[in-house]
Design a protein around this ligand. Structure first.
Ligand code: FAD
Length: 475
């Protein structure tokens, strides 16, 4: 019997600290990687060119890493439930291994692939890798999934976490004859993002791949993590890790990240620094919380968690939505953030909250429009985190209290007091007084001169309007 194990990569685009891949290597010296370009994902209408560019970059490095370890990463294009069993059968693979995912589409797809492989007599094995604690491992006293973050964090942070696992090395790949068979079974050369119809030419916040992610983690741990508590909310400062895309695609293992934080924590003597490290750990827990929520409540992906919100009387004004997308609302902090998103494929977390509140509570537009627009732009776009962030901002999610309405001017004054972030992203406002920028109260004559729009809505009136509708919906 063949000893070949195929390892199917999905959101674990690395050879180090990869539980499923490491286990495959323990079982056999003959392990070959596969990645399947799935049209059901790549041809959806919410794909961000920046995200595809990051993905392809990660795959390029993964191919090199496989080669260095002695094997190959094979690329397929097509429905995984067809393409993978055809390849596995033609190579007479003993088994296909992969790491599990929480998303509803991924779960249905995986079941189809599993069934198709089983029909051909090929074994499958699955592992939890992308989370420090798999769904079902962190439950309330009555064995229910958590719906509120704080008690989830308390429980999650107490549980012992695994250390990073051994990287793939010294492994055997396909011989020439097997490569010919694989080609007949559908493997292709890795396409570029452009070949797939996606063009993104601006620099990404983080270069794709395992090396860049590890370097970024190291740099962050030497610098910004120490002031994270103080600086994480200041969008003009490079004060956060920018590891979100690496974590979404698994260019870095979550155990590697966690271990780095533990070492820092243990070696630090300052309470302030320790607090900063813990605050960052809490962000990693938010990531896990939203993934657990998506796993247990997959209906989140389709709409508001709270039923009453299904009937919410949104205005859904197309022109206002367009102005929001383009960063032309006349609210400088909102526009700066939307322009950062459009130009870089990334947006600072504080600003994600500000623009989400503005879309839902000032423009009274359905949060799902914003959720989709974010997915069309973000290079770290991730169903669980994005949906969680939007439902939190719209107050339609599991934990709606308190009703959060952000005042753009107060947010600017607090988090961008010198107007630095606004000036960076809205160059036409560069020479205006800071007071104008952060209060948003810019005289009409100045607005005309700069070619910048008047505010498209009145914040005070609109938030009162939202509150009224919210009260009615809540009954
Ligand atoms: P850091 O501050 O360094 O945080 C470290 C890591 O923790 C992040 O990389 C991320 O993996 C995780 N994390 C941090 N905050 C959150 C959070 N609130 N929810 C879930 N995970 C978190 N994050 C995404 O990864 N993808 C998304 O599509 C996404 N959409 C969002 C939409 C809205 C409306 C909001 C309010 C937040 C969204 N977030 C999303 C969460 C957060 O904004 C980003 O994770 C963060 O800005 C990424 O930058 P960073 O890597 O420098 O974060």
């Amino acid at each position: 019997m063949s000893d070949l194990i195929l390892f199917w990569h999905r959101r674990d685009l690395r050879i180090s600290d990869n539980i499923g891949l490491s286990t495959a290597r323990q079982r056999s010296p003959h392990v070959v990687g596969i990645f399947c370009l799935d049209p059901d994902i790549l041809e959806k209408d919410d794909v961000a060119p920046a995200r595809v560019t990051y993905l392809i970059g990660c795959l390029q490095e993964l191919q090199q890493n496989y080669q260095q370890a002695g094997s190959q990463l094979l690329i397929l294009k097509g429905k995984p439930s067809q393409a993978i069993p055809i390849l596995a059968e033609s190579l007479k693979a003993q088994a296909v291994f992969w790491n599990l995912d929480v998303e509803p589409y991924a779960q249905t797809r995986d079941e189809q692939v599993s069934n198709a492989l089983q029909e051909k007599g090929i074994a499958t094995e699955k592992f939890w890798d992308q989370l420090l604690h798999a769904p079902g491992k962190i439950l309330t006293l009555s064995k229910e999934p958590y719906k509120v973050y704080t008690p989830f964090w308390r429980n999650w942070s107490q549980e012992l976490k695994k250390s990073p696992v051994q990287a793939l090395e010294d492994v055997q790949g396909l011989n020439q004859q097997q490569i010919s068979l694989a080609k007949e079974a559908g493997i292709i050369d890795l396409p570029t993002a452009k070949d797939l119809g996606y063009l993104w030419e601006n620099p990404l916040m983080l270069n794709p791949g395992e090396t860049a992610a590890k370097e970024r983690l190291q740099e962050f741990c030497k610098t910004s993590i120490n002031n994270y508590q103080e600086q994480r909310d200041l969008p003009a400062i490079d004060g956060t890790s920018r590891l979100s895309a690496a974590l979404k695609f698994g260019a870095i293992g979550i155990r590697t990240v966690w271990q780095a934080t533990l070492e820092l924590y243990e070696n630090s003597r300052s309470d302030e620094v320790r607090e900063s490290i813990q605050t960052w750990q809490q962000e990693l827990a938010w990531r896990e919380f939203y993934q657990h929520c998506m796993y247990f409540f997959p209906e989140l992906a389709d709409g508001p968690y709270r039923k009453e919100f299904r009937e919410f009387p949104w205005d859904n004004d197309e022109d206002l939505f367009q102005a929001w997308c383009e960063g032309k609302t006349g609210y400088p902090i909102v526009d700066a953030a939307m322009r950062q998103l459009n130009e870089t494929g990334w947006m600072h977390n504080r600003c994600r909250m500000i623009v989400a509140s503005f879309l839902t509570k000032d423009l009274i537009i359905n949060w799902q429009w914003g959720e989709k627009y974010f997915m069309q732009k973000l290079y770290d776009g991730d169903l669980s985190a994005n949906n969680g962030g939007w439902q939190w901002s719209a107050s339609s999610g599991m934990d709606p209290k308190p009703l959060r309405i952000f005042n753009p001017a107060s947010q600017s004054q607090k988090y961008d007091p010198d107007g630095e972030y606004i000036r960076q992203w809205i160059p036409e406002l560069k020479s205006l007084d800071t007071e104008y920028l952060v209060t948003g109260k810019i005289p009409t004559s100045e607005l005309r001169q700069c070619g910048y729009p008047e505010p498209i809505v009145d914040h005070k009136k609109r938030q009162a309007e939202f509150k009224q509708r919210y009260k009615e919906v809540k009954g």
